[in-house]
Design a protein around this ligand. Structure first.
Ligand code: PA5
Length: 438
């Protein structure tokens, strides 16, 4: 499924072996649920213990949405957005097939241009809404929901519109739950003990992903296989532990930034999801690696110079897709005017892999350690595996730094200021103070 190769990270097998006790301590803290944030560990065994009844309802609703809609508007932000977006981007083709349900995201931005243009685009489309918010009170999705719901009601009338709204939220609390109960929306539950960035395998991710025509049973099976491996494999064969050790070593060696690199553009939203996972979990108490991402070879022609020769603050983790989904062969040309006949008969993927190998060695020579996650291929099974692998190793990484992986206190600061500046009741004093500084 997946192997983590750390030979170009500078972490020797001896250093890896010497990290055994430290990573095992983090592992025990995680699986025994004895660390900080231990009331948010519902995701750990979710792939084997998930709610089967709700899973069947997801499949039924996805079938209905695919039959009665041309577009599903998925409203959510952060952990209520990135998992579904990442999986859909990774598993759909690069170009749309005719007559396929489009899954379009909203409420992840306050851009009036994006929102207005999407509202215009939807005017002549049959559509449904999946509004996702665990708290049910987040401003961005709440504002978007009001706007898109208005259009839905104009189009279908209130009763039919309510049948086209699917709300994924807390079982009992929050404004979205109140609305859903009052207006009779179909609802899916975000379990109390699963935070947003760990929620991709719950209804939060599964409904949009299933609506996109992706096999969510295979996705869950991939997550289950990863769960078994992360829990049961001994340290020497435990890829999540090895990845956590390498990250920890990099951190201790004064690296400040981890760049997740992919040579397959469709994985770029896996990187966005990964950035939230690691950034929001680890970046606190003045600690943590800054998670960044690049797509090569594209970005080698823009940021490659900095990576090769700029400030030596980073290391790279490369996701190498071992077997591409499609093959393109470079043919021999009669005249070799472009000078690339030396590649005749080779596949484009071979060229991509040589670019990757050459880049890894160049970056290592330039002082940028490189670890490689070799992912056998891109399909629902392997993506499910990859996401769980990252969540587990993120938990280990945080406990190795003595950080609570499951809270995000820093996210509140901008919200408070925004509410004050918007004139929300109760923030009058702060408003006055902030306005003096603007
Ligand atoms: O991971 C998280 O907890 C956050 O990114 C949340 O998912 C995000 O802030 C959205 O919150 P909510 O789902 O409550 O609207």
């Amino acid at each position: 499924m997946l192997k983590f190769d750390y030979k170009n990270t500078g972490v020797t097998p001896e250093v890896m072996a010497a990290s055994h006790d430290k990573v095992m301590q983090a592992y025990n803290t995680l699986v025994n649920k004895s660390g900080a944030g231990n009331d948010f560990l519902g995701w750990l065994k979710w792939p084997t213990e998930y709610d089967k009844e709700e899973f069947d309802r997801v499949l039924k609703c996805a079938k209905k949405i695919r039959e009665d809609s041309e577009v599903l508007v998925v409203i959510g932000i952060g952990g209520s957005y990135l998992g579904a977006k990442a999986v859909i981007e990774a598993l759909k083709g690069y170009f749309p097939k005719e007559k396929e349900l489009e899954v379009i995201f909203a409420g992840h931005t306050l851009s009036s241009t994006y929102t207005h243009q999407l509202l215009t685009y939807l005017k002549n489309k049959e559509f449904s809404i999946n509004v996702i918010s665990k708290s049910g009170t987040t401003t961005e999705p709440a504002v978007a929901f009001r706007l898109f719901k208005e259009l839905l009601v104009q189009k279908y009338g209130e009763a039919e519109a309510n049948k086209r709204i699917y709300a994924t939220t807390d079982l009992v609390k929050g404004a979205l739950r109140t609305q859903a109960n009052e207006l009779g929306y179909v609802t899916f539950n975000v379990p109390d003990d699963i935070g947003g960035r760990y929620s991709v395998f719950t209804g939060v991710g599964l409904l949009p992903i299933a609506c996109a025509g992706i096999d969510i049973e295979a996705l869950m099976e991939g997550a289950r296989l990863a769960q078994v491996d992360c829990y049961e494999k001994p340290f020497v064969d435990n890829e999540a532990m090895k990845y956590a050790v390498v990250r920890n070593q990099m951190y201790n060696n004064e690296k400040t930034t981890e760049i997740l690199v992919t040579y397959e553009p469709k994985l770029s939203f896996i990187s966005e999801w990964w950035k939230q996972l690691f950034g929001e979990s680890e970046g606190k108490d003045g600690k943590g690696l800054f998670p960044a991402s690049l797509v090569y070879s594209t970005d080698l022609h823009s940021l490659g110079q900095y990576v090769q020769e700029g400030k030596r603050i980073m290391f790279e983790t490369v996701i190498n897709v071992v077997n591409p989904e499609e093959v393109a062969i470079i043919e021999k040309a009669d005249s070799d005017l472009d000078g690339i006949n030396y590649l005749a008969g080779t596949s484009l993927d071979f060229v991509n892999k040589k670019a990757m190998q050459g880049t890894i060695l160049a970056h290592v020579d330039g002082g940028v350690p490189n670890g490689v996650i070799n992912l056998e291929k891109i399909d629902a099974l392997h993506i499910g595996y990859l996401l769980y692998f990252f969540m587990f190793s993120c938990g280990l990484s945080c406990y190795m730094l003595d950080i609570n992986p499951f809270n995000q206190p820093g996210v509140e600061s901008y919200k408070k200021n925004m509410f004050a500046l918007l004139g929300k009741k109760g923030y009058e004093e702060l408003k006055e103070e902030l306005e003096k500084r603007l």
